[in-house]
Design a protein around this ligand. Structure first.
Ligand code: ZN
Length: 140
């Protein structure tokens, strides 16, 4: 679950449960929460509860890398090998620990500043090496 502030848009994750490794195997228990107070510590507004969402890694990058290597070696087996490798490389470039993202327009609205253009964001992202994360989230 996710608690999203109705004022500033900050969000906090609430796992549905936790997994514990024991001597006899694995144990699953429900989480204790909520992870936030009734009011946002940043802006004082209330939270909306959203979800459920998957908040952990989506991909096993080692498996994807091995799949790319297999496709490149055995490319004659697949009619769409170039496209497959391209899509898998996009997945490999995705950031792992960011299940949600902020919209620049929303952040600009909260801060009461003019939203930067897509070109300005791309220029900054290239300098800061975040181009893949931003490019996958913005439409041109
Ligand atoms: Zn807030």
């Amino acid at each position: 679950m996710v608690f999203v502030c109705s004022g500033c848009g900050s969000f906090h994750f609430q796992p549905v449960g936790t997994k514990t490794i024991t001597l006899h195997g694995q144990k699953y228990t429900p989480s204790v929460g909520p992870p936030v107070d009734r009011k946002c510590s940043i802006c004082g507004r209330s939270f909306k509860m959203c979800g459920p969402i998957w908040s952990h890694k989506l991909h096993d990058k080692d498996f994807i890398q091995k799949t790319v290597q297999h496709i490149e070696v055995e490319n004659s087996l697949y009619n769409t090998s170039k496209r497959m490798v391209g899509m898998l490389n996009v997945v490999l470039e995705e950031l792992e620990d960011f299940p949600l993202f902020h919209r620049i327009e929303q952040l600009s609205s909260i801060l009461h500043v003019k939203a930067p253009s897509s070109n300005e964001i791309r220029q900054v992202s290239l300098v800061t090496s975040c181009s893949n994360a931003l490019n996958s989230k913005f439409n041109s």
